[in-house]
Design a protein. Structure first.
Length: 276
């Protein structure tokens, strides 16, 4: 899978994308990530890429011509169909389902990073397949989604977040599919609590079941913890869950959880759709 990021700050992108898991995945040839300097595709001496907006208003707008020239160069270099995404506060909110869709449907993704007051709408109309937002807020820039609450430097943050989230779904990047299928949001549940050595730390013990060596019991415990954690921490997600009663094992599992937890037993009837 290949990602091409159109940006005014390629060095910042490269610094983040060439390290840790993504860096190792690229060295192994599992994916490609390329950052492209939009200024390299201007036709003026000053390498100017922005201008005042028509109709007046504050700030400057990224012009369509350097963006288009950069985009065309990327398309030519890829030599195959690309899916182009503009990172915009006006786009649809990015989530795990979107990450899975991008990982499953596209081999070549182009991410366009805006700056200043936005980009010329004509480039969007001509070249962009969809617009994606990370949430109900506007960024002036940044380095990592974890630093979004600070005044980051560029609009690179959305691009890096999407590249990271999608890339880790590609077989071989994380080494084991369970690494992401067990994570929060993959199946509509928050991830279960995790524990590591030592067995006792500051008087707190690892749950006994995790030390039992009984993988079936461990899986059962983790599933229950995921459900309960979602119920308590994200009731909005929990309300969307539907617990199946199709098999004897499923009925037994739900009955156990109902017996063990009063809040689960008294949950919204909407979660009982499959009991019939």
């Amino acid at each position: 899978m290949r990602f091409d990021i159109l940006t005014l700050f390629p060095d910042a992108v490269d610094a983040m994308m060439q390290s840790s898991i993504l860096g190792r995945a690229q060295k192994k040839g599992l994916l490609e990530i390329h950052a492209h300097q939009i200024r390299d595709y201007t036709t003026n001496r000053q390498n100017q890429v922005d201008d005042y907006p028509y109709g007046g208003g504050r700030g400057a707008i990224l012009q369509c011509d350097p963006l288009y020239r950069c985009w065309c160069a990327v398309c030519d270099d890829v030599g195959a169909p690309v899916h182009t995404i503009f990172l915009s506060a006006c786009g649809k909110t990015f989530n795990q389902e979107k990450a899975k869709q991008l990982a499953g449907e596209f081999e070549n993704i182009v991410l366009v990073c805006g700056h200043y007051e936005g980009i010329d709408q004509r480039f969007i109309d001509e070249c962009v397949d969809e617009e994606i937002s990370l949430g109900d807020f506007v960024l002036t820039g940044g380095e990592l989604p974890a630093m979004m609450i600070t005044d980051a430097v560029s609009r690179l943050v959305p691009a890096m977040a999407i590249v990271d989230a999608v890339s880790r779904l590609i077989p071989g990047v994380l080494g084991d599919e369970i690494c992401f299928t067990d994570e929060s949001h993959w199946d509509g549940l928050l991830e279960y609590p995790q524990y590591s050595r030592p067995d006792v730390w500051h008087g707190l013990e690892v749950p006994e079941v995790l030390l039992s060596g009984d993988h079936q019991k461990v899986d059962r415990w983790r599933k229950k913890q995921s459900i309960l954690r979602t119920m308590y921490r994200r009731p909005d997600m929990f309300q969307k869950l539907r617990f199946p009663y199709k098999t004897r094992a499923e009925r037994k599992f739900v009955a156990e959880l109902e017996a063990e937890n009063e809040d689960f037993r008294n949950r919204d009837p909407k979660n009982l759709d499959y009991r019939k």
